[in-house]
Design a protein around this ligand. Structure first.
Ligand SMILES: Cc1cc2nc3c(=O)[nH]c(=O)nc-3n(C[C@H](O)[C@H](O)[C@H](O)COP(=O)(O)OP(=O)(O)OC[C@H]3O[C@@H](n4cnc5c(N)ncnc54)[C@H](O)[C@@H]3O)c2cc1C
Length: 433
């Protein structure tokens, strides 16, 4: 990996998401050698993935190059690599570009999509957990609209235009609302040969309410918004299987669709080598109030991957950006003071700044400690909170301009189907290997 030896203790951070990146930035100028490893050379802003999928934003406006953020400190090293395993007994990480020793290891690899063991579903659905997956959603839906135009068989046409979203959490709700707006404002203009009335958008949720992390009132409000926008919300129903043409439901019914998007589950993106006894539900790693794992005192976990109980959160924290950011800040605070004689570590306490979900133009729900708001006010709040959290002035500006333009024109100008060209050289290398 070619990281120089140093007399300073080495902190290796795996993952440059909200938690890992915040931690690395806070450790700039500290008395550590910091190595930040991520499989991508950019940070991605996941809350806006659905807008990339719906052709509302370009991927470059919600991602940020890691080297640009961390170029001010010669003691901070970035390596683009996939970490394959960790050997905590030897304090060593194994990656696709070699191995690396650490003094302290911080795991910030976040969460990945969980299919609850259903391989059939995994192979057939689209997901929304990375920029490339968001682009695949965009390409697939636009591609299928194009195919629908050439299809004369009515039933087959339905399969190309109808969309099924599985999972009624914030991602599913935001996506459904966005699709409903696309159906209303874009379809009649771009695809005037298709009848918008025949384009159905289904949102399927296994529980009896949407947005499980919010109150019943907000959940009902979001459902009413979606229904008004023409989304077919199906609650208390579970998807049992998906094949190339149909989505099969627990109640025995089936929906014909080739556009099936899964937003129903998450599990920790655990790196092999972490003891099984440190894992809890949904493959998150148990940590104490200082982010330390039970088995190894020099291994820490932050963000979505961490499972920490505190009095106000006896079942762990929600897997949201604010938890990741606040945990990273607290850990950096402790590391910076670690060498002060008699320093006592500061335990982490989550400060809930509120929960927001947007459904569409002028429609959102927002909950804060003392007050719940909805409609236009919540929607404006949602816009500003997300703009504020985005990295980089350029990104903030571009996203803001895009939003204003979309709002005024009722249109999104990015409906391109850009398919990556296959690299023949790497295919050749693979086949020779
Ligand atoms: C579609 C969607 C919408 C969301 N909307 C919201 C929202 O509106 N508000 C909100 O607060 N939260 C939202 N979230 C949740 C929020 O994005 C997460 O809570 C947050 O990203 C967690 O931060 P993290 O640093 O723990 O992990 P992540 O941000 O997921 O970062 C993990 C990093 O680790 C890297 N990585 C993973 N495995 C490896 C490996 N083996 N080797 C090298 N690198 C690796 C990844 O490339 C990634 O950069 C949303 C999530 C999704 C998917």
């Amino acid at each position: 990996m070619n990281i120089p030896e140093s007399p300073l203790p080495r902190i290796v951070i795996v993952g440059a998401g909200f938690a890992g990146l915040k931690l690395a930035r806070r450790l700039v100028g500290s008395k550590y050698q910091v190595v930040l490893i991520d499989k991508n050379n950019y940070h991605q802003f996941q809350p806006l993935f659905y807008q990339v999928a719906m052709a509302g934003l370009e991927p470059s406006t919600i991602s940020f190059p890691l080297r640009r953020i961390l170029r001010s400190d010669a003691k901070v090293f970035i390596r683009i690599a996939e970490v394959h395993s960790v050997n905590p007994e030897r304090n060593e990480l194994n990656t696709d570009i070699g191995s690396l020793k650490y003094d302290y290891l911080i795991l910030a690899t976040g969460a990945k999509t969980s299919f609850f063991g259903n391989k059939n579903i995994e192979d057939m659905v689209l997901t929304l957990k990375s920029l490339s997956e968001s682009l695949l959603v965009r390409n697939t839906i636009l591609d299928h609209y194009e195919t629908a135009l050439t299809e004369s068989d009515h039933e087959k046409k339905q399969g190309y235009v109808d969309i099924v979203i599985i999972g009624g959490g914030p991602s599913g709700v935001e996506l459904a609302g966005s699709l409903a707006e696309m159906k209303r404002y874009i379809l009649p203009k771009d695809y005037n040969e298709l009848n918008p009335k025949e384009v159905d958008i289904y949102l399927i949720e296994a529980n009896n309410h949407l947005l499980p992390s919010m109150s019943k009132k907000s959940s009902q409000r979001a459902e009413r918004y979606l229904q008004k926008m023409g989304v077919l919300v199906m609650k208390n129903n579970r998807v049992t299987n998906v094949d190339a043409d149909f989505v099969y439901l627990q109640d025995g019914s089936r929906i014909m669709s080739k556009n099936v998007i899964w937003t129903a589950g998450l599990e920790g993106a655990v790196i092999p080598g972490i003891p099984r006894e440190d894992l809890v539900k949904a493959n998150r790693i148990r940590v104490d109030r200082y982010q330390q794992t039970p088995s190894y005192k020099n291994v820490f976990v932050v963000g979505d991957l961490a499972y920490m109980e505190e009095p106000d959160y006896p079942n762990g924290h929600p897997q949201v950006a604010q938890v990741a950011i606040q945990q990273a800040k607290n850990l950096a605070y402790n590391f910076k003071r670690l060498h002060q004689p008699g320093y006592v570590w500061r335990p982490f306490s989550y400060r809930d700044l509120g929960t927001l979900a947007t459904i569409g133009r002028n429609k959102a729900v927002a909950e804060f400690k003392w007050v719940t708001v909805h409609g236009f006010i919540a929607w404006v709040l949602w816009l500003f909170v997300h703009l504020f959290q985005l990295l980089g002035v350029r990104n903030k500006l571009f996203v803001f301009i895009n939003w204003v333009a979309n709002y005024l024109s009722y249109d999104q100008a990015l409906r391109f189907i850009i398919k990556p060209k296959k690299d023949k050289r790497s295919e050749l290398k693979k086949s020779k290997a």
